[in-house]
Design a protein around this ligand. Structure first.
Ligand code: ZN
Length: 478
Protein backbone atom coordinates (compact mmCIF):
# COMPACT_ATOMS: atom_id res chain seq x y z
CA UNK A 1 0.00 0.00 0.00
CA UNK A 2 0.99 3.65 -0.33
CA UNK A 3 0.13 4.45 -3.96
CA UNK A 4 2.43 1.98 -5.70
CA UNK A 5 2.36 2.29 -9.50
CA UNK A 6 2.50 -0.84 -11.71
CA UNK A 7 6.26 -1.35 -11.70
CA UNK A 8 6.30 -1.08 -7.89
CA UNK A 9 3.41 -3.53 -7.50
CA UNK A 10 5.24 -6.03 -9.72
CA UNK A 11 8.01 -6.03 -7.12
CA UNK A 12 6.18 -8.75 -5.18
CA UNK A 13 7.03 -11.30 -7.87
CA UNK A 14 10.61 -10.14 -8.40
CA UNK A 15 11.37 -9.87 -4.70
CA UNK A 16 10.12 -13.36 -3.83
CA UNK A 17 12.06 -15.00 -6.65
CA UNK A 18 15.20 -12.97 -5.93
CA UNK A 19 15.21 -13.79 -2.20
CA UNK A 20 14.85 -17.50 -2.95
CA UNK A 21 17.73 -17.35 -5.47
CA UNK A 22 19.88 -15.46 -3.00
CA UNK A 23 19.56 -18.24 -0.42
CA UNK A 24 17.18 -16.33 1.82
CA UNK A 25 13.84 -17.54 3.06
CA UNK A 26 10.71 -15.80 1.84
CA UNK A 27 8.41 -15.42 4.87
CA UNK A 28 5.15 -17.33 4.74
CA UNK A 29 1.77 -15.80 5.43
CA UNK A 30 0.19 -12.50 4.66
CA UNK A 31 2.63 -9.63 4.08
CA UNK A 32 1.82 -5.92 4.28
CA UNK A 33 4.35 -3.46 2.88
CA UNK A 34 3.61 0.18 3.56
CA UNK A 35 5.25 2.78 1.36
CA UNK A 36 5.05 5.97 3.37
CA UNK A 37 4.11 8.78 3.04
CA UNK A 38 0.90 7.47 1.53
CA UNK A 39 -0.03 10.61 -0.40
CA UNK A 40 2.93 10.50 -2.81
CA UNK A 41 2.71 8.01 -5.69
CA UNK A 42 5.68 5.62 -5.94
CA UNK A 43 7.21 4.83 -9.30
CA UNK A 44 9.97 2.66 -10.66
CA UNK A 45 11.75 -0.55 -9.82
CA UNK A 46 14.22 0.94 -7.34
CA UNK A 47 12.01 -0.18 -4.43
CA UNK A 48 12.78 -3.87 -5.06
CA UNK A 49 15.94 -4.03 -2.97
CA UNK A 50 14.59 -1.98 -0.03
CA UNK A 51 11.45 -4.15 0.02
CA UNK A 52 13.56 -7.32 0.00
CA UNK A 53 15.75 -6.04 2.83
CA UNK A 54 12.71 -5.04 4.92
CA UNK A 55 11.29 -8.52 4.45
CA UNK A 56 14.54 -10.11 5.54
CA UNK A 57 14.52 -7.95 8.66
CA UNK A 58 10.84 -8.64 9.37
CA UNK A 59 11.52 -12.36 9.02
CA UNK A 60 14.41 -11.92 11.48
CA UNK A 61 16.99 -13.22 9.03
CA UNK A 62 18.83 -9.92 9.25
CA UNK A 63 19.13 -7.85 12.43
CA UNK A 64 17.25 -4.57 12.31
CA UNK A 65 20.14 -2.79 13.99
CA UNK A 66 22.54 -3.70 11.16
CA UNK A 67 20.63 -1.76 8.48
CA UNK A 68 20.21 1.35 10.60
CA UNK A 69 21.58 4.43 8.77
CA UNK A 70 21.58 2.66 5.39
CA UNK A 71 19.82 3.45 2.16
CA UNK A 72 19.09 0.69 -0.34
CA UNK A 73 18.32 1.27 -3.98
CA UNK A 74 18.04 -1.18 -6.84
CA UNK A 75 15.91 -3.34 -9.07
CA UNK A 76 16.03 -7.11 -8.61
CA UNK A 77 16.14 -9.60 -11.44
CA UNK A 78 14.29 -12.89 -10.87
CA UNK A 79 17.61 -14.64 -10.24
CA UNK A 80 18.60 -12.10 -7.58
CA UNK A 81 20.98 -9.95 -9.62
CA UNK A 82 20.85 -6.20 -8.98
CA UNK A 83 19.91 -3.94 -11.86
CA UNK A 84 20.66 -0.24 -12.25
CA UNK A 85 18.06 2.41 -11.49
CA UNK A 86 17.45 5.95 -12.66
CA UNK A 87 17.60 9.00 -10.45
CA UNK A 88 20.25 7.63 -8.08
CA UNK A 89 21.87 11.01 -7.45
CA UNK A 90 18.64 12.71 -6.42
CA UNK A 91 17.64 9.80 -4.17
CA UNK A 92 21.08 9.80 -2.56
CA UNK A 93 20.94 13.54 -2.01
CA UNK A 94 17.57 13.17 -0.27
CA UNK A 95 19.04 10.41 1.91
CA UNK A 96 21.96 12.63 2.82
CA UNK A 97 19.70 15.42 4.03
CA UNK A 98 18.15 12.85 6.38
CA UNK A 99 21.54 12.06 7.84
CA UNK A 100 22.01 8.72 6.09
CA UNK A 101 25.68 7.97 5.52
CA UNK A 102 25.73 4.56 3.85
CA UNK A 103 24.15 3.69 0.54
CA UNK A 104 23.94 0.35 -1.20
CA UNK A 105 23.61 0.53 -4.97
CA UNK A 106 23.65 -1.77 -8.01
CA UNK A 107 27.06 -1.98 -9.69
CA UNK A 108 25.54 -0.62 -12.89
CA UNK A 109 25.14 2.75 -11.16
CA UNK A 110 28.79 3.01 -10.09
CA UNK A 111 29.82 5.64 -12.61
CA UNK A 112 27.38 8.27 -11.44
CA UNK A 113 27.77 7.20 -7.80
CA UNK A 114 31.32 8.56 -8.03
CA UNK A 115 29.67 11.93 -7.43
CA UNK A 116 28.56 11.05 -3.92
CA UNK A 117 31.52 12.50 -2.11
CA UNK A 118 30.21 12.57 1.44
CA UNK A 119 28.70 9.09 1.55
CA UNK A 120 30.00 5.56 1.88
CA UNK A 121 28.86 3.95 -1.35
CA UNK A 122 28.69 0.14 -1.49
CA UNK A 123 28.13 -1.34 -4.94
CA UNK A 124 26.82 -4.90 -5.22
CA UNK A 125 25.99 -7.26 -8.06
CA UNK A 126 23.69 -9.78 -6.41
CA UNK A 127 21.20 -9.83 -3.55
CA UNK A 128 23.17 -12.72 -2.02
CA UNK A 129 26.18 -10.41 -1.54
CA UNK A 130 23.98 -7.90 0.24
CA UNK A 131 22.47 -10.52 2.54
CA UNK A 132 25.91 -11.97 3.35
CA UNK A 133 27.18 -8.53 4.22
CA UNK A 134 24.38 -7.79 6.67
CA UNK A 135 24.29 -11.25 8.20
CA UNK A 136 27.97 -10.66 8.86
CA UNK A 137 29.47 -13.57 6.92
CA UNK A 138 33.26 -13.42 7.27
CA UNK A 139 35.28 -12.79 4.07
CA UNK A 140 32.09 -11.72 2.34
CA UNK A 141 31.93 -8.12 3.51
CA UNK A 142 31.33 -5.47 0.88
CA UNK A 143 33.69 -2.54 0.78
CA UNK A 144 32.91 1.06 -0.12
CA UNK A 145 34.01 2.35 -3.51
CA UNK A 146 36.23 5.34 -4.25
CA UNK A 147 34.05 8.35 -4.89
CA UNK A 148 36.24 10.79 -6.72
CA UNK A 149 35.37 12.26 -10.08
CA UNK A 150 38.61 12.99 -11.86
CA UNK A 151 38.29 16.16 -13.82
CA UNK A 152 39.33 15.92 -17.43
CA UNK A 153 39.69 18.52 -20.13
CA UNK A 154 36.23 19.40 -21.46
CA UNK A 155 35.56 18.03 -24.92
CA UNK A 156 33.18 19.79 -27.29
CA UNK A 157 31.91 18.64 -30.67
CA UNK A 158 32.52 22.04 -32.29
CA UNK A 159 35.25 24.56 -31.50
CA UNK A 160 34.90 28.18 -32.53
CA UNK A 161 38.08 27.86 -34.56
CA UNK A 162 36.41 25.18 -36.71
CA UNK A 163 34.26 27.92 -38.16
CA UNK A 164 35.75 30.26 -40.77
CA UNK A 165 34.64 33.84 -41.17
CA UNK A 166 31.45 34.99 -39.42
CA UNK A 167 33.34 37.40 -37.13
CA UNK A 168 30.25 39.46 -36.38
CA UNK A 169 28.27 36.42 -35.28
CA UNK A 170 31.11 34.92 -33.27
CA UNK A 171 31.35 38.17 -31.38
CA UNK A 172 27.58 38.04 -30.85
CA UNK A 173 27.93 34.57 -29.38
CA UNK A 174 30.64 35.81 -27.05
CA UNK A 175 28.35 38.60 -25.80
CA UNK A 176 25.51 36.14 -25.42
CA UNK A 177 27.68 33.71 -23.46
CA UNK A 178 29.03 36.40 -21.16
CA UNK A 179 25.72 38.08 -20.35
CA UNK A 180 23.31 35.14 -20.32
CA UNK A 181 21.37 36.59 -23.25
CA UNK A 182 19.27 34.82 -25.87
CA UNK A 183 20.07 34.99 -29.59
CA UNK A 184 18.29 34.47 -32.90
CA UNK A 185 20.33 33.56 -35.97
CA UNK A 186 18.74 34.17 -39.32
CA UNK A 187 20.27 32.95 -42.54
CA UNK A 188 19.73 30.83 -45.64
CA UNK A 189 20.39 27.13 -45.96
CA UNK A 190 24.04 26.08 -45.69
CA UNK A 191 25.27 29.26 -44.01
CA UNK A 192 26.44 27.38 -40.92
CA UNK A 193 23.81 28.40 -38.35
CA UNK A 194 23.84 24.97 -36.73
CA UNK A 195 27.65 24.84 -36.45
CA UNK A 196 27.64 28.28 -34.86
CA UNK A 197 24.97 27.26 -32.36
CA UNK A 198 26.78 24.02 -31.50
CA UNK A 199 29.95 25.94 -30.68
CA UNK A 200 28.25 27.89 -27.85
CA UNK A 201 28.76 25.38 -25.00
CA UNK A 202 32.51 25.58 -25.69
CA UNK A 203 32.63 29.29 -24.91
CA UNK A 204 30.26 29.31 -21.94
CA UNK A 205 32.01 29.40 -18.53
CA UNK A 206 33.07 26.01 -17.19
CA UNK A 207 30.50 24.43 -14.90
CA UNK A 208 31.33 24.86 -11.23
CA UNK A 209 31.01 21.86 -8.91
CA UNK A 210 27.46 22.65 -7.80
CA UNK A 211 26.27 23.19 -11.38
CA UNK A 212 28.03 20.04 -12.55
CA UNK A 213 26.26 18.04 -9.85
CA UNK A 214 22.90 19.44 -10.95
CA UNK A 215 23.61 18.54 -14.58
CA UNK A 216 24.62 15.05 -13.43
CA UNK A 217 21.47 14.74 -11.31
CA UNK A 218 19.28 15.54 -14.30
CA UNK A 219 21.18 13.13 -16.55
CA UNK A 220 20.80 10.48 -13.87
CA UNK A 221 17.01 10.82 -14.11
CA UNK A 222 17.00 9.76 -17.75
CA UNK A 223 19.97 7.41 -18.00
CA UNK A 224 22.51 5.63 -15.82
CA UNK A 225 25.20 5.17 -18.44
CA UNK A 226 26.81 8.59 -18.69
CA UNK A 227 30.44 9.43 -17.99
CA UNK A 228 30.32 11.85 -15.07
CA UNK A 229 33.71 13.39 -15.67
CA UNK A 230 32.84 14.21 -19.25
CA UNK A 231 29.88 16.39 -18.37
CA UNK A 232 29.87 19.80 -19.99
CA UNK A 233 27.17 22.40 -20.44
CA UNK A 234 24.33 20.68 -22.25
CA UNK A 235 23.27 21.47 -25.80
CA UNK A 236 19.74 20.32 -26.56
CA UNK A 237 18.23 20.58 -30.02
CA UNK A 238 14.61 19.36 -29.94
CA UNK A 239 13.04 18.73 -33.34
CA UNK A 240 10.31 21.16 -34.35
CA UNK A 241 7.75 18.34 -34.18
CA UNK A 242 8.47 18.08 -30.44
CA UNK A 243 5.33 18.27 -28.27
CA UNK A 244 4.77 20.68 -25.39
CA UNK A 245 5.24 17.80 -22.98
CA UNK A 246 8.50 16.84 -24.68
CA UNK A 247 9.71 20.39 -24.34
CA UNK A 248 8.64 21.12 -20.82
CA UNK A 249 8.39 17.66 -19.30
CA UNK A 250 5.49 15.49 -18.22
CA UNK A 251 4.20 12.17 -19.50
CA UNK A 252 1.82 9.61 -18.07
CA UNK A 253 2.45 8.58 -14.48
CA UNK A 254 5.87 9.71 -13.40
CA UNK A 255 6.81 13.23 -14.52
CA UNK A 256 9.81 13.09 -16.80
CA UNK A 257 12.09 16.08 -17.33
CA UNK A 258 11.63 17.79 -20.69
CA UNK A 259 14.12 19.41 -23.05
CA UNK A 260 14.18 22.64 -21.03
CA UNK A 261 15.38 20.71 -17.97
CA UNK A 262 17.86 18.63 -19.94
CA UNK A 263 19.21 21.99 -21.20
CA UNK A 264 19.60 23.31 -17.62
CA UNK A 265 22.83 25.37 -17.32
CA UNK A 266 23.27 25.12 -21.09
CA UNK A 267 21.74 25.84 -24.44
CA UNK A 268 18.30 25.11 -25.88
CA UNK A 269 18.71 25.26 -29.67
CA UNK A 270 15.47 25.80 -31.57
CA UNK A 271 16.36 25.18 -35.19
CA UNK A 272 13.81 26.14 -37.85
CA UNK A 273 12.05 28.22 -35.28
CA UNK A 274 9.16 29.08 -37.61
CA UNK A 275 8.29 25.37 -37.94
CA UNK A 276 7.55 24.97 -34.23
CA UNK A 277 3.92 25.21 -33.23
CA UNK A 278 3.21 28.50 -31.57
CA UNK A 279 1.40 26.76 -28.77
CA UNK A 280 4.36 24.46 -28.17
CA UNK A 281 6.67 27.42 -27.72
CA UNK A 282 4.30 29.28 -25.40
CA UNK A 283 5.17 26.78 -22.66
CA UNK A 284 8.68 28.21 -22.56
CA UNK A 285 7.35 31.33 -20.91
CA UNK A 286 7.28 29.91 -17.38
CA UNK A 287 10.82 28.47 -17.30
CA UNK A 288 12.22 31.58 -18.98
CA UNK A 289 10.77 33.72 -16.23
CA UNK A 290 11.47 31.58 -13.21
CA UNK A 291 14.29 29.24 -14.22
CA UNK A 292 12.18 26.24 -13.29
CA UNK A 293 9.27 24.13 -14.47
CA UNK A 294 6.37 23.16 -12.25
CA UNK A 295 4.33 20.22 -13.50
CA UNK A 296 0.96 19.51 -11.96
CA UNK A 297 0.18 15.83 -11.55
CA UNK A 298 -3.13 14.46 -10.36
CA UNK A 299 -2.08 14.30 -6.70
CA UNK A 300 1.05 16.39 -6.42
CA UNK A 301 3.39 18.89 -8.09
CA UNK A 302 6.84 18.23 -9.46
CA UNK A 303 9.35 20.97 -10.09
CA UNK A 304 12.46 20.68 -12.20
CA UNK A 305 15.19 23.27 -12.67
CA UNK A 306 15.22 24.81 -16.15
CA UNK A 307 17.60 27.70 -16.53
CA UNK A 308 18.94 27.83 -20.07
CA UNK A 309 19.85 30.16 -22.92
CA UNK A 310 17.87 30.08 -26.13
CA UNK A 311 19.49 29.99 -29.52
CA UNK A 312 16.94 30.23 -32.28
CA UNK A 313 17.69 29.71 -35.95
CA UNK A 314 15.51 30.41 -38.96
CA UNK A 315 15.55 31.15 -42.65
CA UNK A 316 14.93 34.82 -43.35
CA UNK A 317 12.06 33.93 -45.75
CA UNK A 318 10.33 30.80 -47.11
CA UNK A 319 12.87 30.31 -49.94
CA UNK A 320 15.78 31.16 -47.66
CA UNK A 321 17.60 33.62 -49.91
CA UNK A 322 16.30 36.98 -48.72
CA UNK A 323 19.31 39.27 -48.36
CA UNK A 324 21.65 36.86 -50.16
CA UNK A 325 23.84 38.85 -52.56
CA UNK A 326 24.32 35.94 -54.94
CA UNK A 327 20.84 34.53 -55.31
CA UNK A 328 17.63 36.37 -55.45
CA UNK A 329 14.71 35.69 -53.20
CA UNK A 330 11.58 34.56 -55.00
CA UNK A 331 9.16 35.28 -52.16
CA UNK A 332 6.60 38.07 -52.25
CA UNK A 333 6.38 40.70 -49.51
CA UNK A 334 3.14 39.17 -48.33
CA UNK A 335 4.67 35.70 -48.08
CA UNK A 336 7.62 36.99 -46.10
CA UNK A 337 5.35 38.78 -43.67
CA UNK A 338 3.18 35.71 -43.18
CA UNK A 339 6.27 33.57 -42.68
CA UNK A 340 7.77 35.80 -40.02
CA UNK A 341 4.47 36.24 -38.25
CA UNK A 342 4.56 32.47 -37.53
CA UNK A 343 7.08 33.24 -34.83
CA UNK A 344 5.74 33.16 -31.34
CA UNK A 345 5.44 36.68 -29.93
CA UNK A 346 6.28 35.88 -26.30
CA UNK A 347 9.38 34.02 -27.43
CA UNK A 348 10.55 36.84 -29.69
CA UNK A 349 10.15 39.24 -26.78
CA UNK A 350 12.77 37.20 -25.00
CA UNK A 351 15.40 37.37 -27.72
CA UNK A 352 18.16 39.90 -27.02
CA UNK A 353 20.52 39.58 -29.96
CA UNK A 354 19.60 39.23 -33.61
CA UNK A 355 22.28 38.25 -36.07
CA UNK A 356 22.00 37.60 -39.76
CA UNK A 357 24.24 34.79 -40.93
CA UNK A 358 25.55 35.66 -44.41
CA UNK A 359 26.46 32.97 -46.93
CA UNK A 360 30.04 31.78 -46.66
CA UNK A 361 32.19 32.94 -49.55
CA UNK A 362 35.14 31.08 -51.05
CA UNK A 363 37.44 33.83 -49.77
CA UNK A 364 36.22 33.23 -46.23
CA UNK A 365 36.95 29.51 -46.49
CA UNK A 366 40.41 29.85 -47.97
CA UNK A 367 41.53 32.76 -45.81
CA UNK A 368 44.28 31.71 -43.50
CA UNK A 369 43.67 34.36 -40.88
CA UNK A 370 44.38 33.76 -37.26
CA UNK A 371 41.19 32.29 -35.79
CA UNK A 372 40.56 32.33 -32.07
CA UNK A 373 39.91 29.03 -30.35
CA UNK A 374 37.02 28.55 -27.94
CA UNK A 375 39.42 28.37 -25.00
CA UNK A 376 40.59 31.93 -25.64
CA UNK A 377 37.06 33.27 -25.97
CA UNK A 378 35.90 31.36 -22.91
CA UNK A 379 38.63 32.99 -20.82
CA UNK A 380 37.24 36.42 -21.75
CA UNK A 381 33.70 35.25 -21.00
CA UNK A 382 34.74 33.93 -17.59
CA UNK A 383 36.61 37.14 -16.80
CA UNK A 384 33.52 39.16 -17.72
CA UNK A 385 31.33 37.00 -15.47
CA UNK A 386 33.73 37.50 -12.55
CA UNK A 387 33.67 41.21 -13.26
CA UNK A 388 29.86 41.38 -13.12
CA UNK A 389 29.69 39.33 -9.95
CA UNK A 390 32.05 41.73 -8.20
CA UNK A 391 30.20 44.74 -9.53
CA UNK A 392 26.60 43.89 -8.80
CA UNK A 393 26.51 40.53 -7.05
CA UNK A 394 24.56 39.08 -9.93
CA UNK A 395 25.25 36.05 -12.03
CA UNK A 396 24.41 37.42 -15.43
CA UNK A 397 23.45 40.80 -16.83
CA UNK A 398 20.18 39.43 -18.12
CA UNK A 399 18.98 39.95 -14.51
CA UNK A 400 19.63 43.72 -14.46
CA UNK A 401 16.78 46.22 -14.48
CA UNK A 402 16.45 49.68 -16.02
CA UNK A 403 16.95 51.59 -12.79
CA UNK A 404 20.25 49.78 -12.19
CA UNK A 405 21.55 50.49 -15.64
CA UNK A 406 20.64 54.18 -15.87
CA UNK A 407 22.81 55.21 -12.93
CA UNK A 408 26.06 57.10 -13.39
CA UNK A 409 27.97 54.19 -11.95
CA UNK A 410 26.90 52.17 -14.95
CA UNK A 411 26.97 54.51 -17.92
CA UNK A 412 28.83 57.63 -19.10
CA UNK A 413 26.67 60.72 -19.38
CA UNK A 414 27.70 61.06 -23.05
CA UNK A 415 26.94 57.43 -23.80
CA UNK A 416 23.54 57.77 -22.17
CA UNK A 417 22.74 60.75 -24.39
CA UNK A 418 23.65 58.75 -27.48
CA UNK A 419 21.52 55.88 -26.24
CA UNK A 420 18.48 58.12 -25.73
CA UNK A 421 18.97 59.75 -29.14
CA UNK A 422 19.13 56.36 -30.88
CA UNK A 423 16.18 55.05 -28.93
CA UNK A 424 14.11 58.03 -30.05
CA UNK A 425 15.25 57.85 -33.63
CA UNK A 426 14.32 54.18 -33.91
CA UNK A 427 11.23 54.55 -31.72
CA UNK A 428 12.36 51.82 -29.40
CA UNK A 429 9.91 50.30 -26.96
CA UNK A 430 10.74 49.89 -23.28
CA UNK A 431 11.58 46.24 -23.60
CA UNK A 432 13.96 46.69 -26.53
CA UNK A 433 15.67 49.61 -24.80
CA UNK A 434 16.31 47.54 -21.71
CA UNK A 435 17.72 44.71 -23.80
CA UNK A 436 20.12 47.07 -25.53
CA UNK A 437 21.33 48.50 -22.24
CA UNK A 438 21.87 45.04 -20.83
CA UNK A 439 23.84 44.01 -23.89
CA UNK A 440 25.91 47.18 -23.68
CA UNK A 441 26.60 46.34 -20.04
CA UNK A 442 27.86 42.91 -21.11
CA UNK A 443 30.03 44.43 -23.83
CA UNK A 444 31.52 46.79 -21.24
CA UNK A 445 32.14 43.83 -18.91
CA UNK A 446 33.97 41.96 -21.66
CA UNK A 447 36.24 45.00 -21.89
CA UNK A 448 36.45 45.04 -18.05
CA UNK A 449 35.12 48.57 -18.09
CA UNK A 450 33.27 49.93 -15.05
CA UNK A 451 31.03 52.13 -17.18
CA UNK A 452 29.26 51.70 -20.46
CA UNK A 453 30.72 54.06 -23.06
CA UNK A 454 29.65 55.16 -26.49
CA UNK A 455 31.31 52.34 -28.41
CA UNK A 456 29.58 49.76 -26.19
CA UNK A 457 26.21 51.37 -26.93
CA UNK A 458 26.91 51.37 -30.67
CA UNK A 459 27.91 47.73 -30.69
CA UNK A 460 24.81 46.75 -28.71
CA UNK A 461 22.60 48.55 -31.21
CA UNK A 462 24.28 46.65 -34.04
CA UNK A 463 22.99 43.37 -32.60
CA UNK A 464 19.49 44.76 -32.38
CA UNK A 465 19.43 46.23 -35.87
CA UNK A 466 21.40 43.58 -37.70
CA UNK A 467 18.60 41.94 -39.56
CA UNK A 468 19.94 40.69 -42.89
CA UNK A 469 16.50 40.64 -44.36
CA UNK A 470 14.68 40.13 -41.10
CA UNK A 471 11.83 42.57 -40.93
CA UNK A 472 12.53 45.37 -38.52
CA UNK A 473 9.36 44.50 -36.62
CA UNK A 474 11.18 41.46 -35.30
CA UNK A 475 13.94 43.48 -33.74
CA UNK A 476 11.59 45.95 -32.12
CA UNK A 477 12.67 48.79 -34.38
CA UNK A 478 10.09 50.64 -36.43
ZN1 ZN B 1 12.67 34.20 -50.16
Amino acid sequence: MGLPETSVREARVRVQSAIEHAGGEFPLGRIAINLAPANIPKYGSGFDLPVAMSLMVAAEQIEAQSIHGWMFLGELALDGRLRGVKGLLSAAQAAQTRGIKNILIPKENMKEAAWLKNMNVYPAEHLAEVIHHFIGVKDKQLSPMQTVVESVEDIFPVDLSDIRGHQFIKRGLEIMAAGGHHILLSGGPGTGKTMLAKSIPSILPRLNDAERFEVAQIRSLVSNTFEPNQLVRPFRAPHHSCSSAGLIGGGVGIARPGEVTLAHHGVLFLDELTEFHRRTLEVLRQPLESGQVVLARSRHHVSFPASFQIVGAMNPCPCGYLGDPRRSCVCGQHQIKAYQSCLSGPLLDRIDLFAGVPPVSIQMLTQNDHVETSVVVRKRVEAARDFMRQRDQINVNAQLQFKDLQSHEHIDAEAYKVFVAYAERFQLGGRSSLKILRMARTIADLALSQRINMSHIREAFAYRMESSGLQSQLTGLK
